[in-house]
Design a binder for this molecule. Structure first.
Ligand SMILES: Nc1ncnc2c1ncn2[C@@H]1O[C@H](COP(=O)(O)OP(=O)(O)O)[C@@H](O)[C@H]1O
Ligand SMILES: [Mg+2]
Length: 256
């Protein structure tokens, strides 16, 4: 098991919000694990705990058999390269004053032009992109830069938190296909977070459905989508009437 989560709780005392309650699940190496739920259901809170960017109120998170929820930052070096996150908004997560060469090199701790060229090629950007700045790219291209940076330290786990939600509909399919092919190519474990059920089905083999800080359903994607056991999952599916059309579009979609 690459990740084990047990009885995770997170309360934000100042706002009296109980963002996660009793969340438990395992992620196996090589899995594409989806986390789906409405806005505010606790997905990003969970992501921060998986990445040890925040501490739980109670419960445990283990990575490759080691507890990480109780480690101080100076002991988290291994996790900072083994697990990387791609966020929703590439503009907000890329420093506008840095060239792509430096952005992608950052997790490596020093400038490595050859490695950056390799990574830019892997995400489908031209090699001269290294000398340019984030604002010189489209939204989809900026998300490719974020993905290249995430892959730089050769992680075993990639977390993508709503990676296409801020992008133009016309480029979403491309970025999802890119993620899926990189996950294969680099034998990554993927944790894919989205409020969009269609997108999760397109990318994942397993899915956890979250509602108000709890996992209400967890199973293989085909089972959860074709024979949901929980009432809330059925409601979510019913509220996404365009799911089939969406899936067809994602499979066929493209552009720059
Ligand atoms: N740093 C924080 N301080 C206080 N409340 C927060 C914080 N982060 C998230 N919340 C609250 O916790 C709940 C879950 O938020 P979040 O994990 O961002 O959900 P999601 O990613 O599913 O939209 C929401 O009610 C949100 O307002
Ligand atoms: Mg979120």
């Amino acid at each position: 098991m690459i990740i084990e989560v047990r009885e995770l709780e997170r309360r934000y005392a100042r706002r009296d919000v109980h963002a996660l309650r009793g969340v438990s699940f395992d992620v196996e190496a090589g899995q594409r694990f989806g986390i789906v739920g409405e806005s505010g259901s606790g997905k990003s809170t969970l992501v921060r705990l998986l990445a040890a960017l925040d501490k739980p109120t109670a419960g445990t998170v283990s990575f490759q058999g080691r507890r990480i929820d109780n480690l101080p930052e100076r002991k988290l070096g291994f996790l900072r390269s083994e697990l990387q996150i791609v966020f929703q908004d590439p503009m907000g997560s890329l420093d506008p004053r840095m060239r792509v060469l430096d952005i992608v090199s950052e997790p490596l701790g020093r400038r490595e032009p050859d490695r950056v060229a390799e990574l830019l090629a892997a995400v489908g950007l031209p090699s001269d992109a290294a000398q340019r700045y984030p604002h010189q790219f489209s939204g989809g291209q900026r998300q490719r830069i974020s993905i290249a940076r995430a892959l730089a330290p050769n992680p075993s786990v990639l977390i993508a938190d709503e990676p296409v939600s801020a992008l133009d509909v016309s480029v979403r399919g491309q970025i999802l296909d890119l993620l899926a092919s990189l996950v294969d190519q680099f034998a990554l474990t993927l944790i894919f977070v989205s409020h969009d059920l269609g997108v999760v089905r397109h990318v994942c083999d397993r899915v956890a459905v979250m509602r108000r800080g709890e996992i209400v359903e967890l199973g293989d994607v085909d089972q959860v989508y074709d024979a949901p056991r929980h009432e809330y999952t059925r409601e979510l599916l019913a509220a996404a009437p365009n799911l089939r059309a969406e899936l067809a579009r994602l499979s066929g979609g493209d552009d720059g």
